[in-house]
Design a protein. Structure first.
Length: 296
């Protein structure tokens, strides 16, 4: 059970992991069936918090959906599960089937599915106070027990840094598919430096870096859509050049994007004339084009 707050889930035996519960032991063998229908897995990473990883994960999933792809989102940011709110899925329940946990579908077409610790909390405002082994056990359970079905892409939203959650995620997913990494930074030098260390993590763990995205790059005027550089600019592109990895694009600060995330609306569908829309759909196309070469 959670050390703070109360967990809920499909059944008492499959809730967020108390010690000794089936599916929560760190050495449990992998069950390949639940990821056998997932074609590509992309981890969204950054060495620094507050750069918009969850925003990029959410909007990337929506952009891929609008390209005709079926997408799952695995939220392993256990202490800050924000994606259920961004997709207006708060309060939805996780159920069980014969294959394991059924992820939450966030649209009527069931083209985007989501699994997050946020669905296992009785009170979404309660803190998740767990040590590393318990976090690792839940991540392994998410990987082995969630019945994703057929997916073109599984987007994995990670916490900041290079913590136990990152190692557990890479180790749990590696047996199934080659893993691609999407790096998110802001233009500032502090963020770029942290992401540079995250690139080192990718090299040491064998993750293939698909590219770098510079988020919060300029401010998009809500009246004329012109972008103003209120911060520095170009740090992500320079980082990608020095690291020898693709630069996928810059996403500006956009009031409509922020409002869409707060209200759980589909920004990609509702704001096709926004500068952020152009950037996000371009990034999605770059990933679609790069996937066969990097992850085949």
């Amino acid at each position: 059970m959670l050390q703070t707050g109360t967990a809920r889930g499909p059944s008492p035996a499959s809730r967020a992991p108390p010690q000794g519960t089936k599916g929560c032991e760190p050495d449990r063998p992998q069950e390949p069936g639940n990821l056998s229908g997932v074609r590509h897995i992309i981890l969204v990473l950054s060495g620094k918090g507050g750069v918009g990883k969850s925003t990029i994960s959410t909007e990337l999933a929506l952009a891929l959906r609008h390209q005709g792809k079926k997408v799952g989102i695995l939220d392993v940011d256990l202490c800050g599960p924000s994606i259920p709110r961004m997709l207006r899925a708060q309060g939805k329940a996780v159920h069980q089937c014969d294959s394991g946990w059924v992820p939450v579908f966030v649209d009527q077409e069931q083209s985007i599915s989501l699994m997050s610790v946020g669905f296992l909390l009785e009170n979404p405002d309660e803190a998740v106070v767990w040590r590393g082994p318990k976090k690792s056990a839940l991540i392994k359970q998410f990987v082995s027990d969630v019945a994703w079905g057929e997916l073109d892409y599984l987007v994995v939203d990670t916490p900041p840094g290079t913590s136990d959650e990152h190692m557990a995620t890479v180790e749990a997913l590696r047996p199934y598919r080659p893993l691609g990494a999407l790096m998110v930074t802001t233009p500032q030098a502090v963020s770029v430096g942290d992401v540079r260390r995250e690139l080192t993590f990718c090299r040491k763990t064998g993750l293939q870096v698909m590219g770098v995205v510079e988020n919060m790059s300029g401010f998009a005027c809500p009246h004329c859509a012109a972008c103003t550089n209120i911060f520095s600019r170009g740090g992500g592109e320079e980082l990608a050049r020095r690291a020898g990895v693709p630069f996928l694009g810059s996403v500006p600060l956009d009031p409509e994007l922020s409002r869409s995330l707060e209200e759980g609306r589909d920004f990609i569908q509702e704001f096709p004339k926004s500068p952020a829309f152009s950037a996000l759909t371009s990034i999605a196309r770059e990933i679609l084009n790069a996937t066969p070469a990097l992850l085949s």
